[in-house]
Design a protein around this ligand. Structure first.
Ligand code: F6P
Length: 523
C-alpha cells in the first residue's frame, strides 16, 4: 500500500494556489446566482443519508483538486488495506476491522488491498459472538423481573451505547430503564444506585481492556452495593463486555461477551459493547443497525471517489482545516434523540485524529482535527448560534435533519425543519445592515445531512459515515487514526497523584500541583 502525506503531493501546492487565487474570496451567494445546478451538482446520496454539500466553500476547481489530492495520497488503497485486514495501526501493530463486525455472515469479499487476508475465521467468530449476545439480549428483554440495565464503562465503552440507546428511544420497548455510569466521580454511580433494587438490576461492565480505572472502580462499588443489598446471584445480575475475558472472570463475572483487539474502543458500538442497545431495541433492531452500517461500508468501498460521501466529507474537512484555517466544526442535530451525538463524535474524531505526528512519527507541519462541539437544534440557536452568525471566527456547521418524526404532535416537526432550513440559509445569505450590530456577513458554510427517519438502520449508516470520513481526513494527513497514546500520560500521573493525596508527599512536584495538593489535604 503506498500512502503519501497530503503536503507531499502536487495537488497540495495546486490547492494552495487555488486558495490564494479564488478560494479565499469565494462567495456562496454568487456561486448560487451563477449556477442554477449547484444544489444538484454538490449534493449526493449514500445509503440512508442524503447530503447537501452545496453550501460549502468549494467550486469546480477546488472540488477537482481535492479529488486529485485523495488520489495522490492513496486514500482508496489505504481504505482497501483496512478492509482487507492489513496491520494499518502500526504503533500498536493491529489490524483495524470494525467493519467486519457489521458484515453479513456470508459473502466476505476480498477488497484487493495490499494485504488481503482470509478473514473468514474472524467473521465466523464475530457471528458466533453476535448470535450469543443477541440471544442473551432477547432473554433479558423477556425477563420482566429486570427493570433496570446499568452500563458501567467509559469512552468508547459508554459514548456509543449511550448515544445510540437515546437516539433509538422510540424503538425501545417500554418498562425498562437504561443507566450509563462512566465517571469515577462517585456522585454519578451513587445517584443511579439510589434508584435501584438489586433483584431488578442488571449491571453490564463494559471495558475493552477491563483495566480502566474509572470502570474498575465503579464496577467494584456496584458489586459491593449488590452484595450489601443481599444480592447473591452475580451470574444473573452481572455481565461483562470485554476483550479481556480472563480479567472479567477473575472479577467474578461468569457471563461474558468478548471482542477483539482489532476493534478500537471508539469503533466498538458494533461489538459486544452494543449489548445495551441490543437489549433496548431487540435482536432484529440491532441487526438492522449493523445492516445500515454495512450498507455505508459498501458505499465507502465501492463508490467512485467523486460520489463517495465519506471521501467528500473528509476532503472538505481538510480543505477547511488546512486552507481556510477553520479550527472547529459545530454539529447541530435537529432531533433531540441525537443529543449525545456531538459527544460521541468528539471521541471518534478527536481521539482518532488529534495527532501531531504522522504515521512515521514525524512532526506535522499542518493542523489536524478541528474541535468538534454542538447541541441539538433548536436549543443551540438560543445559546451559541449568535457566535456562529456574527462572531469573528467562521465555524462550518454540520446539520443533521430527519424528514419524518416519530411523534404525532401537530406542527412541531414542521417548525423544527423550518428552523434547520432557516439557520443554514441565514448562515449563507447573511443580511446587510449599515448599523453594524444588525449586520450578518453571511458566506458561512454548512453541510446538511438528511435522513428520511431516525431508525436503527439510518443511525448505523450515519455513524459508519462519520467513522469513514474520519478515516479519510486521517489518511490524507498521513496519521495513524487508530491509536490514542495521548490519553496515557494523565492516567499515569493520576495514579501518582492518588498516592500523594494519601501520603501528602509533594517531593519532586511542580509548585502548582504541590500547592493544590496541600490545599486539598488541608482539614
Ligand atoms: O482512555 C481512552 C480509552 O482507552 C478509550 O480509547 C476507550 O474507549 C476508553 O479509554 C475506555 O477503555 P476500555 O473500554 O478499555 O475501558
Amino acid at each position: 500500500m503506498s500512502r503519501t502525506r497530503c503536503d507531499r503531493t502536487p495537488a497540495w501546492g495546486d490547492l494552495q494556489a487555488a486558495f490564494a487565487a479564488t478560494g479565499r474570496v469565494f462567495d456562496l451567494r454568487s456561486a448560487f446566482d451563477s449556477d442554477a445546478g449547484r444544489f444538484e451538482r454538490f449534493s449526493l446520496s449514500a445509503p440512508h443519508v442524503f447530503a447537501d454539500l452545496s453550501k460549502n466553500l468549494i467550486d469546480d476547481t477546488t472540488h477537482g483538486l481535492l479529488l486529485a489530492l485523495a488520489r495522490q495520497c492513496g486514500v482508496a488503497q489505504h481504505r482497501d488495506a483496512m478492509f482487507a485486514g492489513a496491520v494499518i495501526n502500526h504503533s500498536e501493530q493491529r489490524q483495524v476491522l470494525h467493519t467486519l463486525l457489521r458484515h453479513p455472515a456470508q459473502g466476505l469479499e476480498t477488497t484487493g488491498g495490499s494485504a488481503p487476508q482470509n478473514l473468514a475465521a474472524e467473521l465466523a467468530q464475530v457471528h458466533a459472538t453476535l448470535d450469543a449476545m443477541l440471544a442473551y439480549a432477547e432473554a433479558v428483554r423477556q425477563d420482566s423481573a429486570i427493570t433496570d440495565v446499568v452500563n458501567i464503562g467509559i469512552g468508547g465503552s459508554d459514548l456509543g451505547p449511550q448515544m445510540a440507546v437515546l437516539a433509538l428511544d422510540g424503538f425501545t420497548a417500554p418498562g425498562r430503564r437504561f443507566h450509563f455510569v462512566s465517571n469515577v466521580d462517585g456522585h454519578e454511580l451513587d445517584a443511579v444506585l439510589q434508584r435501584l433494587q438489586a433483584p431488578s438490576t442488571l449491571f453490564l461492565i463494559a471495558s475493552k481492556t477491563f483495566t480502566t480505572l474509572e470502570t474498575m472502580t465503579n464496577a467494584a462499588s456496584a458489586k459491593a452495593w449488590f452484595a450489601a443489598q443481599g444480592g447473591t446471584d452475580t451470574a444473573r445480575h452481572f455481565a461483562a463486555l470485554t476483550t479481556n475475558v480472563a480479567a472479567a472472570q477473575e472479577f467474578g463475572i461468569r457471563t461474558t461477551f468478548g471482542f477483539w483487539d482489532w476493534v478500537g474502543g471508539r469503533y466498538s458500538i458494533w461489538s459486544a459493547i452494543g449489548l445495551p442497545l441490543a437489549i433496548a431495541i431487540g435482536a432484529q433492531g440491532f441487526r438492522d443497525f449493523l445492516a445500515g452500517a454495512h450498507a455505508m461500508d459498501q458505499h465507502f468501498r465501492l463508490a467512485e471517489l467523486e460520489h463517495n460521501l465519506p471521501v467528500r466529507l473528509g476532503l472538505l474537512d481538510v480543505w477547511y482545516r488546512n486552507f481556510h484555517g477553520f479550527a472547529s466544526r459545530s454539529i447541530a442535530p435537529y432531533h433531540s434523540a441525537l443529543r449525545r451525538l456531538p459527544a460521541y463524535l468528539q471521541q471518534l474524531e478527536l481521539e482518532s485524529n488529534g495527532k501531531r505526528v504522522d504515521a512515521a512519527g514525524e512532526a506535522l507541519p499542518f493542523a489536524t482535527a478541528p474541535v468538534l462541539w454542538g447541541e441539538p437544534g433548536t436549543n443551540g440557536q438560543h445559546a451559541y448560534f449568535q457566535m456562529l452568525h456574527q462572531g469573528t471566527a467562521t465555524v462550518p456547521v454540520e446539520f443533521v435533519a430527519v424528514k419524518r418524526p416519530r411523534h404525532a404532535l401537530p406542527g412541531h416537526h414542521r417548525l423544527l425543519l423550518a428552523n434547520v432550513l432557516a439557520q443554514a440559509q441565514a448562515l449563507m445569505l447573511g443580511k446587510a445592515d449599515a448599523g453594524g450590530h444588525r449586520h450578518f456577513t453571511g458566506n458561512r458554510p454548512s453541510t446538511m445531512l438528511l435522513l428520511d427517519e431516525l431508525s436503527p438502520a439510518s443511525l448505523g449508516a450515519l455513524i459508519a459515515l462519520q467513522e469513514h470520513r474520519v478515516f479519510v481526513s486521517g489518511s490524507l494527513w498521513g496519521i495513524n487514526s487508530f491509536d490514542q497514546w495521548g490519553v496515557e500520560l494523565g492516567k499515569v500521573l493520576a495514579r501518582d497523584a492518588e498516592a500523594r493525596l494519601v501520603s501528602g508527599d509533594t517531593a519532586g512536584l511542580d509548585g502548582s500541583t504541590a500547592g493544590l495538593l496541600q490545599r486539598l489535604r488541608a482539614p
